[in-house]
Design a protein around this ligand. Structure first.
Ligand SMILES: Cc1ncc(COP(=O)(O)O)c(C=O)c1O
Length: 397
């Protein structure tokens, strides 16, 4: 059977997280493994009302084939938000509505990457990007990220005589590490990659989920002609609509549009109408504020529990927003081994290995705090600490 598959399928990593999620279906398990927004904040009633209005207002239009660019009023809405929130002027003509930002990654890779082309990627990096890009068989150049953003000297070294076509970043509350790039870090990156034949992909689905600290300008401020800005409604409205977008300069937009047409003709017309109706008739800022307050409290509860229960040689990041934090066990300890112990104590998380393309650091792990309430977070972290004590043979704490 292997013979029938294309070469490109050979190098694509399976989604380890999906495998893990199978284990976590048991209701008694406390899961820090998922990457899902909290369903308690899905605006179900408001979406029901929006759906009814869409049928009344648009009749069969909302069920017909539509244009590949996406619904114009929705693109106008996104354009207006860029202006209002970040002072950036992006024409609706430069916004392409995609089937989630995940499709944006596929389309960008499709129009740029030939086999063996170099792509700079964060280490650790977003698993969905590693998977989507891998289908086009690039050579990844991994650059580590830490509390302030990318490691600038490693980036400078990596650029050396390399000619990467793309650089992939998640600058706010990165998945998986929770870190954010500072303005200085972005400026330094722009200094290094500006003027090169390189597209900087700024994948920013978590931007609105900031619970502390000040927002930082987009890469677009520093590199307008090289930056592709990706956005998503998954984390602030609902992920099931699969609605995201790419903001791209004209020449790139043209190619993306061809790739989009070839891929699926257009993003679901009906959900675009419903989302637009919802956005126009509800206070999205107030809605996001509710989500952010809860995520912020849950993150804080997780950090405090870790500080209380874990030994001092386990480190973790302190995110200013988003849904994840990242930990590291002291040298020599494997997070996969911890995972196996943790399952027995009915708590799960994601071991760090799959988030690396090259230098795999087996001692790292990702914890999600968006979907578990504060009481369960305290209980789950305490169970994790017990699992760690089991592993180290230090007995129950
Ligand atoms: C960094 C990052 N990019 C993209 C996505 C995919 O989002 P969407 O639902 O818009 O496809 C995710 C989802 O978790 C993500 O974490």
């Amino acid at each position: 059977m292997e013979a029938i598959f294309s070469d490109r399928m050979r190098d694509v990593p399976r989604s380890f997280i999906r495998e893990i999620l199978k284990v976590t279906m048991d209701r008694n398990i406390i899961s820090f493994a998922g990457g899902l927004p909290n369903r308690l904040f899905f605006p179900t009633e408001q979406l029901r009302e929006a759906t009814n209005r869409v049928f009344q207002l648009y009749g069969t239009d909302c069920l017909q084939y539509s244009n590949s660019e996406g619904l114009l009023p929705l693109r106008e809405y996104i354009s207006e938000r860029y202006h209002h929130e970040q002072g950036i002027t992006i024409s609706p003509a430069n916004i392409l509505i995609t089937n989630g930002s995940q499709q944006a990654l596929d389309l960008i890779a499709k129009i740029t990457i030939n086999r063996g082309d170099q792509v700079i990627i964060e280490e650790p990096g977003y698993l969905g990007a590693i998977q989507a890009l891998s289908l086009y068989r690039p050579r990844f150049i991994a650059v580590p990220v830490s509390a302030c953003g990318m490691d600038i000297s490693r980036l400078a070294d990596s650029l050396g005589d390399a000619q990467p076509k793309m650089m992939y970043t998640v600058p706010n509350f990165q998945n998986p590490s929770g870190i954010s790039y500072t303005a200085q870090n972005k400026k330094s990156i722009a200094g290094l990659v500006g003027g090169r034949k390189l597209l900087l992909v700024e994948d920013d689905p978590y931007r609105a989920l900031r619970f502390q600290g000040e927002p930082v300008p987009s890469f677009y401020h520093y590199l307008p002609s090289q930056t592709l800005m990706l956005g998503s409604f998954s984390k602030v409205v609902v992920p099931g609509f699969r609605l995201g977008w790419i903001a791209a300069p004209d020449a790139i937009y043209e190619k993306l549009l061809i790739a989009k047409q070839a891929s699926d003709l257009h993003t679901c017309n009906f959900t675009q109408y419903v989302l637009l109706e919802y956005l126009l008739h509800n206070n999205i800022d107030a809605h996001v504020k509710k989500i952010v307050t809860v995520y912020g409290n849950q993150c804080q509860a997780m950090i405090e529990s870790i500080e209380r229960s874990f030994p001092g040689d386990v480190s973790c990041t302190r995110p200013d927003g988003g849904m994840f934090l990242w930990g590291e066990l002291p040298d020599g300890l494997s997070s996969l081994a911890l995972f196996e112990r943790a399952v027995k104590r009915q708590v799960v998380f994601v071991p760090g290995e799959p988030f690396y393309t090259t230098d795999r650091r087996a001692s790292t792990f990702r914890l999600n705090f968006s979907c578990v309430d504060e009481t369960l977070i305290r209980e789950g972290v305490s169970r994790l600490a017990d699992a760690l004590a089991d592993m180290r043979g230090t007995g129950p704490r």
